[in-house]
Ligand binder design. Structure first.
Ligand SMILES: NC(=O)c1ccc[n+]([C@@H]2O[C@H](COP(=O)([O-])OP(=O)(O)OC[C@H]3O[C@@H](n4cnc5c(N)ncnc54)[C@H](OP(=O)(O)O)[C@@H]3O)[C@@H](O)[C@H]2O)c1
Length: 329
C-alpha cells in the first residue's frame, strides 16, 4: 500500500478538522466523503476535495478504492457504522466514545478480529507529543511513586447547541463526550481503578450535564475527575507523586497544553518544551494509523483494542454508579 486512501463517514464538525489534518500527512489522502445528504457531502468536498462524493454511507463502504474509513458520526451510531465498514472489508478509525457501552464495543472488536481488519478508537490525545512526554517523565521516575490525578473538562456549548450533546438517543451527556478525556488520562497513567464512585447532575433530558467521579486504587492512589457541559472550565490536569507534580495546562488533552513540572510539589517550576506542529493535532493519530496499515497490522500497538475495551468498561462503571442508562443498555 502506498498512500492510504481514506473515506470519511459523516460530514459533521470533527470530520472537517480530521480532513484538514489529513492534508498535513504525506502518506494518506482523502479519497471519498459520505453524508446522509448528498448536498452536505458536496459542500464538504468543496472545502476538502475528494475524488468520490457520496450521498449515503452504503456507497462509501462499497467503494473499492477506499482503504480506511474514519467514522465521525455521533457515539450512538459508532457501533452500526463501524460494523457496516468492517463487514465491507474496510479498516476503521472510529471516533470516541468508541461505543455506547462495552457490549457494543465487544461486538465491534470481535468482528474486526474475526475478519483480521484494522480497527482503532480515535483517542487522538494518546498520540500527542506532550502526552508522550508525560509518560516518559513518569517512566523516568520524575514523580516518584504515583499518588493521583486531578482533571477537569468544562465546556459550555455555544448556541445553537448540537442535539447530540443532550439527546439520550444520540448518546448525549458530558461523560461520553468530554468526561472521557479525564477518564482516559487517569486510567492510562494510573491503570484501571479498583473501585469507582460517581454522581451526576442530570440535564432536563436525563443525561449527565455534570459528572463527578472518584477512582480509588488499593495501593492508595486516587483520581478526582469532573466534566460539565454547564460551564467553561480551565480543563487542566495535575498528575502527582511522592517526588513531584506535572501540571498540564489548558487544555490538557490537546496540543495547546503545556507541561509544567514541579519537582518538590510547590517550589521551583520548569516548563518542559514541546515542539508544536501546525494543525489541530489529529495528524499524529492519522500518521500512526497509516503506518499500521502500511505494515499490515490489524491493531494499533499503542492504543490497543484492549485499552479501548477497558476504557469502555470504566465508562460503563461510572454510568452505573451515577445511574445513567441509555436505551441500548
Ligand atoms: N476527537 C475529537 O477531538 C472530537 C471532537 C469532537 C467530536 N468528537 C466525536 O466525533 C463524533 C461526532 O461529533 P461532531 O461534533 O462532529 O458531531 P456533529 O457535528 O453533530 O456531526 C455528526 C455527524 O454524524 C452524522 N450522523 C449520522 N447519523 C446521525 C444522526 N442520527 N443524528 C445526527 N447526526 C448523524 C451527520 O453527518 P451527515 O449528515 O453528513 O451524514 C452529522 O453531521 C462524536 O462521537 C464525538 O464524540 C471527537
Amino acid at each position: 500500500m502506498n498512500k492510504v486512501r481514506w473515506g470519511i463517514l459523516a460530514c459533521g464538525k470533527i470530520a472537517k478538522k480530521f480532513a484538514a489534518d489529513l492534508k498535513l500527512v504525506g502518506d494518506g489522502e482523502l479519497l471519498a466523503v459520505a453524508s446522509r445528504d448528498i448536498e452536505r457531502a458536496k459542500q464538504f468536498a468543496s472545502e476538502y476535495p475528494a475524488k468520490h462524493v457520496f450521498g449515503s454511507y452504503e456507497e462509501l463502504v462499497n467503494c473499492d478504492e477506499v482503504d480506511a474509513i474514519y467514522v465521525a458520526s455521533p457515539h450512538s451510531h459508532h457501533h452500526e457504522h463501524t460494523m457496516l465498514c468492517l463487514n465491507h472489508g474496510k479498516a476503521v478509525l472510529c471516533e470516541k466514545a468508541f461505543a455506547i457501552n462495552q457490549h457494543q464495543a465487544k461486538e465491534m472488536i470481535d468482528l474486526a478480529k474475526s475478519k483480521k481488519i484494522f480497527l482503532m478508537e480515535a483517542l487522538w490525545s494518546r498520540f500527542l507529543p506532550h502526552y508522550l512526554k508525560v509518560r516518559e517523565m513518569i517512566a523516568e521516575g520524575k514523580l516518584g511513586e504515583l499518588k493521583g490525578v486531578l482533571a477537569n473538562f468544562g465546556f459550555k456549548p455555544p448556541e445553537p447547541v448540537s442535539p447530540r450533546l443532550y439527546q439520550p438517543e444520540l448518546g448525549g451527556g458530558s461523560l461520553l463526550d468530554i468526561g472521557i478525556y479525564p477518564v482516559f488520562l487517569a486510567q492510562s497513567i494510573l491503570g484501571v481503578p479498583d473501585s469507582i464512585t460517581a454522581k451526576m447532575d442530570p440535564a432536563s433530558t436525563g443525561v449527565d450535564e455534570q459528572c463527578s467521579m472518584v477512582f480509588h486504587y488499593k495501593n492508595g492512589m486516587t483520581a478526582n475527575l469532573f466534566s460539565t457541559l454547564a460551564a467553561n472550565l480551565e480543563t487542566d490536569a495535575d498528575i502527582f507523586g511522592t517526588q513531584g507534580r506535572i501540571r498540564l495546562t489548558n487544555r490538557f488533552y490537546e496540543p495547546s497544553a503545556t507541561i509544567q513540572y514541579y519537582p518538590d510539589i510547590i517550589t521551583s517550576r520548569t516548563v518542559i518544551p514541546i515542539e508544536k506542529e501546525p494543525g489541530w493535532g489529529y495528524q499524529h493519530e492519522i500518521r500512526h494509523v497509516n503506518e499500521c496499515l502500511q505494515q499490515g497490522l490489524t491493531e494499533s500497538p499503542v492504543w490497543t483494542l484492549d485499552d479501548t475495551f477497558k476504557l469502555m468498561q470504566t465508562l460503563d462503571a461510572i454510568r452505573e454508579a451515577m445511574g445513567l442508562r441509555y436505551s441500548v443498555d
